[in-house]
Design a protein around this ligand. Structure first.
Ligand SMILES: NC(=O)c1ccc[n+]([C@@H]2O[C@H](COP(=O)([O-])OP(=O)(O)OC[C@H]3O[C@@H](n4cnc5c(N)ncnc54)[C@H](OP(=O)(O)O)[C@@H]3O)[C@@H](O)[C@H]2O)c1
Length: 199
């Protein structure tokens, strides 16, 4: 398969790329580092990426941010960070790619366990993760040409635990190999409309 991986330099994305590259042609894309640059908060940047790539069989997104910080001082604008990036960035990858992707292709988006297991200061992430799941459910029944869509929802990943574990008391970090298998299941499996939770 020819797979576009957005967020390929990231903590999760770099491992997903290494695994998928064993069997597929992976086009690595990310915000700041090559070989292919894309900013998912910009529809025109996503369009340019698809134009540059040409034909493809799958899109995997391991990119997308949201505000993380104290709830009581959050402003409306703080919510829009995640709406613009982790939500609409991923939604637009699908909306702008759905007529270009090959028949039987797939989209794999990324959410996270905060969708149902919240932590302090994570309200915007909890909100956005659930919104992405809603999009996956709704889009799955309308995508044409046997195109599939799923979300992978990892728990706190081992590789991020040193940096983030104080925000996730009691969460058991998930080994990276397990997280990577969530993406393999979405891309190489046959399910659609699924939230693939990896804990
Ligand atoms: N790490 C965890 O424990 C964990 C757990 C559950 C869920 N998640 C979710 O998994 C996703 C990836 O997390 P991560 O820890 O791997 O993040 P990360 O290490 O910060 O990597 C993010 C990747 O996304 C790219 N990126 C950032 N903003 C972008 C944009 N606007 N357009 C295109 N690419 C962009 C970055 O590109 P550059 O390197 O070029 O800047 C980088 O390749 C996030 O949605 C996160 O919420 C993470």
């Amino acid at each position: 398969m020819r797979i576009i991986l957005v967020g390929s330099n990231g903590t999760i994305g770099s491992h997903v790329a290494a695994e998928l590259e064993k069997r597929h042609d992976v086009i690595r894309a990310s915000a700041n580092k090559g070989p292919l640059k894309v900013n998912i908060t910009s529809a025109s940047s996503i369009r340019s990426m698809y134009k540059f790539v040409g034909k493809f069989d799958a899109v995997v997104c391991t990119a997308g941010t949201a505000y993380f910080g104290p709830f009581h001082v959050m402003k409306e604008k703080d919510f829009y960070t995640g709406i613009k990036s982790k939500l609409m960035g991923q939604v637009n990858l699908v909306m702008l790619g759905k007529n270009k992707i090959n028949e039987g292709g797939s989209f794999t988006l990324t959410t996270g366990i905060l969708y149902r297991d919240p932590v302090r200061e994570g309200a915007a992430l909890s909100m956005v993760n659930n919104a992405v799941h809603g999009f996956v459910l709704g889009a799955a029944i309308e995508l044409k040409r046997n195109v599939r869509i799923n979300a992978v929802s990892p728990g706190l990943v081992e590789d991020s635990a040193a940096q983030l574990s104080s925000y996730f008391p009691g969460h058991i970090p998930v080994p990276m190999w397990k997280v990577v298998q969530g993406y393999v299941k979405s891309v190489e499996g046959f399910g659609t409309g699924q939230v693939i939770e990896v804990l």
